[in-house]
Design a protein around this ligand. Structure first.
Ligand SMILES: Cc1cc2nc3c(=O)[nH]c(=O)nc-3n(C[C@H](O)[C@H](O)[C@H](O)COP(=O)(O)OP(=O)(O)OC[C@H]3O[C@@H](n4cnc5c(N)ncnc54)[C@H](O)[C@@H]3O)c2cc1C
Length: 587
C-alpha cells in the first residue's frame, strides 16, 4: 500500500484502548454476539495500561429506590443544571445491574454487601475493587477468545462516505505501520490529564484528538480542570489535606472562603469532598503574601484512621472484610516512600508544603444515549466522553464529584457502546477507505519522524503543563488571563506542527503532544465563551451563574479548513424535571 506498506488487520469492532473501558467494551461485544470479531488494541500492555490499577478502586452505586433523589441532588448541587437529566437518570437506574454484569467479566467487589454511605444526605454507596481488576478482566476476556494487541498507538480514524471504516496506527516498539479495517470503532482510550499528576499521567487525550480530526463533536471542555492537592515532598495527592491547611503566617486556610475581594463562587461538592475552588483559595492566600500553604500532617490522620485504611490503605491494614491485597501493596509502597524519603527531608515539622495539582479530566467527546458519536460507526466508552455525554454537568468528569463514579461509569458506557456497536455492524460489509486518505494519514502520522529539526516533545509538554497548572488560568479564570493563555496556545499550535521524534517511542509522545495542545485550546476557548461562574468553572469577571444565557453546551468541531469551529447547543430545559428558578425570564 503506497509508500508505507502497513500490516493490514480486519475486524468487526475495533476497540481503541484496553484499559477498563476497552476491556469492558470487548466483553460487552462478546455478550451481544458471541461470533462478532472484536479486537482491542492499546499502546500499553494488557492488564497494566490506563488508570484503573492506580486508583482507589472505590465503586459508587445507587441503591434501588434512591435513583431520583440522587438525580435531583446531582443536578441541583453538582452539575448545576448543565446535566443531561435523561442521561444521568438512565445511569442512576443502571448502576446495580452494571455491577452484576461486571461481575461476570471478572470483577470481584469487596464490601458490596456492607457498602458504606458516601455522602451525608445523598444515597450513594461505596464498595471497592482491588487494583488487579484489569488483570482479572483480561484473563476472562482471553478465555472468551477476545483478541488483543499491545504496544499499538492508534493515531487516526479512516472515514469513508461519512462512516468510520478503520484506523491507522503504528507499533511503539519499532514503528511498524498498521492499517485496521473495521465496521465500527469504539474509542476507549481515556481523557486528558495534561501529564501533570503522576498517577494520572497516562491520560493524554490522544483519542480525543483522533476523533476530533475525523470530525467528531466535542463539548463541555471548559470543565476539564479537576484540581487536587499535591504534596511537594512526594508529588502525590495528599488525601483530605483540604481540611488541615494553614498559610505561612499560621492562619487556617478555609476552602470555602476566598480571600480575593469580589470573588464569588460555589465550592461545588466542598465539605463532602474536595471542592471546585480549592486552587483558587490557596492562590488567594499566596497572592496576599501569606504563602506557601501547608498541610498540618499531624492533624490529618487519614493515613492512619480506619476510614483511610479502607479507602486507600497507606498505613496499617484494612479490616478483613475490606482487605484488598493488590491495593494494600500499592498504597503501602507510596506511603513508605513518602515517609522514609520524602518527609524525612523536613522531619522537624508537621507542616508539609502542598500546592494545587491539576488532574484535569477533560473528557469532551460527544456521545448519545447509545454512546454513538455524530459519525456513524464511531462509539466511545469510559473517560474519553465522560463530560461529552453531559451526564454530570458543570463538574470535571469523571468523577462528576461522586467519588467512585468513574470506574462504574466507564463500565456502564462500555456496556452501552459494545451492545450498540454489535447492532450497528449486523449485516454491514467491511468497507475500504480510499488510498489517498490512507496515504495522507500515514504521512501525517510519520511526519515527526521524518523531520530532522523542530520542536522537542519535552518542550511542548513542559509548556502545556505550565499553562494548565497555573491556577489563575485554569481554576480562577478571567477574560484577560484566558486571552493570555490563548496567546500561548496559538504559539503552541504553531510549534507542535514542527515537533520532532527520534524513534517510535518519541513518535507516540509527539502525537500525545498534539492532543495536549488541542485539548488546551478547547479548554480555554470554552472557558472564554462561558461568561458566568458555574460548578467548577469559576470566572472572576462573571462571578454569578447566568441561567438565562448560559444554559447551553459549548461544542467544538474541526472545520473544513482545519480550524476549530465553535457553537452551542441549547439545553432542552423545558423537557427536564428540574429547572433553575427564573431560567425562562429573558430581558
Ligand atoms: C489515581 C487515580 C485514582 C482513581 N480512583 C478512582 C476510584 O477510587 N474510583 C473510581 O471509580 N475511579 C477512580 N479513578 C478513575 C478510573 O480509574 C478511570 O475513570 C477509569 O479507569 C478510566 O478507564 P478508561 O478505560 O476509560 O481510561 P484509561 O484507564 O485512561 O485507559 C485508556 C487506555 O487507552 C490507552 N491508549 C491511550 N491512547 C492510546 C492510543 N493512541 N492508542 C492505543 N491505546 C491508547 C492507554 O494506554 C490506556 O490503557 C482513579 C484514577 C486515578 C488515576
Amino acid at each position: 500500500m503506497g509508500k508505507y506498506d502497513p500490516i493490514i488487520i480486519e475486524t468487526g469492532v475495533l476497540i481503541v484502548g484496553h484499559g477498563l473501558a476497552g476491556l469492558a467494551a470487548a466483553h460487552a461485544v462478546r455478550d451481544a454476539d458471541p461470533n462478532a470479531f472484536v479486537l482491542a488494541v492499546d499502546k500499553a500492555s494488557l492488564g497494566y495500561g490506563g488508570k484503573a490499577n492506580k486508583g482507589g478502586g472505590h465503586i459508587s452505586f445507587i441503591p434501588p429506590g434512591n435513583e431520583e433523589t440522587f438525580v435531583e441532588y446531582h443536578v441541583k448541587n453538582n452539575g448545576e443544571y448543565l446535566n443531561d437529566q435523561d442521561t444521568i437518570r438512565r445511569y442512576a437506574h443502571a448502576t446495580v445491574s452494571t455491577m452484576d454484569r461486571w461481575e461476570t467479566w471478572g470483577a470481584a467487589f469487596t464490601g458490596r454487601d456492607i457498602a458504606f454511605n458516601a455522602h451525608p444526605t445523598i444515597p450513594w454507596k461505596v464498595c471497592m475493587v482491588d487494583g488487579d481488576i484489569l488483570l482479572k478482566m483480561a484473563k476472562k476476556a482471553e478465555a472468551r477468545g477476545i483478541q488483543f494487541m499491545d504496544k499499538i498507538d492508534v493515531v487516526d480514524l479512516l472515514v469513508q462516505d461519512g462512516c468510520v471504516v478503520g484506523a491507522t496506527a503504528f507499533s511503539v516498539l519499532d514503528g511498524t505501520p498498521y492499517l485496521f479495517k473495521s465496521k465500527a470503532v469504539i474509542m476507549a482510550n481515556g481523557n486528558q490529564n495534561w501529564g501533570i499528576m503522576k498517577m494520572w499521567s497516562s491520560g493524554r487525550g490522544e483519542g480525543l484528538a483522533t476523533a476530533y480530526r475525523a470530525g467528531a463533536k466535542m463539548r463541555n471542555a471548559e470543565f476539564g480542570s479537576f484540581v487536587n492537592i499535591v504534596s511537594l515532598d512526594h508529588g502525590h495527592v495528599s488525601y483530605e489535606a483540604e481540611n488541615f491547611m494553614y498559610n505561612a503566617v499560621g492562619e487556617k486556610v478555609d476552602p470555602n472562603t476566598p480571600q480575593i475581594e469580589g470573588a464569588t463562587f460555589v465550592n461545588a461538592c466542598g465539605g463532602v469532598d474536595i471542592g471546585g475552588a480549592i486552587g483558587m483559595v490557596m492562590y488567594s492566600h499566596v497572592m496576599q503574601g501569606k504563602g506557601p500553604i501547608y498541610e498540618n500532617h499531624a492533624e490529618n490522620d487519614f493515613p492512619f484512621n480506619p476510614f483511610g485504611q479502607i479507602i486507600f490503605p497507606m498505613h496499617g491494614e484494612a479490616p478483613p472484610e475490606w482487605y484488598r491485597p493488590f491495593t494494600h501493596k500499592f498504597a503501602h509502597r507510596i506511603y513508605d516512600k513518602n515517609k522514609e524519603t520524602a518527609y524525612s527531608k523536613n522531619a522537624e515539622t508537621d507542616l508539609k508544603e502542598i500546592e494545587p495539582g491539576v488532574v484535569g479530566e477533560c473528557s469532551p467527546m460527544v456521545a448519545d444515549e447509545y454512546m454513538q458519536s455524530n459519525i456513524p460507526g464511531l462509539y466511545s466508552a469510559g473517560d474519553i466522553s465522560a463530560n461529552g455525554t453531559s451526564l454530570a454537568g458543570a463538574v470535571p468528569t469523571p468523577p462528576g464529584r461522586v467519588r467512585g463514579f468513574a470506574m462504574l461509569h466507564a463500565v456502564y458506557t462500555s456496556l452501552t457502546a459494545g451492545t450498540a456497536a454489535v447492532s450497528y455492524i449486523k449485516d454491514l460489509p467491511l468497507t475500504d477507505a480510499d488510498e489517498a486518505q490512507i496515504d495522507q494519514r500515514f504521512a501525517e502520522m510519520f511526519a515527526p519522524l521524518d523531520r530532522m529539526e523542530g520542536t522537542t516533545t519535552d518542550e511542548i509538554e513542559t509548556r502545556v503543563r505550565s499553562l494548565m497548572q497555573y491556577v489563575p488560568y485554569t481554576n480562577f479564570k478571567s477574560e484577560e488571563r484566558l486571552n493570555e493563555a490563548m496567546e500561548e496556545v496559538e504559539k503552541l499550535k504553531a510549534d507542535v506542527r514542527k515537533v520532532v521524534a527520534a524513534d517510535a517511542h518519541g513518535l507516540a509522545k509527539a502525537h500525545a503532544c498534539r492532543a495536549m495542545v488541542l485539548s488546551a485550546e478547547m479548554f480555554f476557548r470554552g472557558s472564554l465563551e462561558r461568561k458566568e461562574t458555574r460548578g467548577w468553572h469559576i470566572r472572576e469577571d462573571y462571578p454569578q451563574r447566568d441561567d438565562q444565557n448560559m444554559l447551553k453546551w459549548i461544542y467544538f468541531e474541526q472545520g473544513s479548513d482545519g480550524s476549530m469551529v465553535m457553537g452551542a447547543d441549547r439545553i432542552p430545559m423545558e423537557g427536564y424535571r428540574y429547572q433553575p428558578e427564573g431560567w425562562e425570564t429573558k430581558e
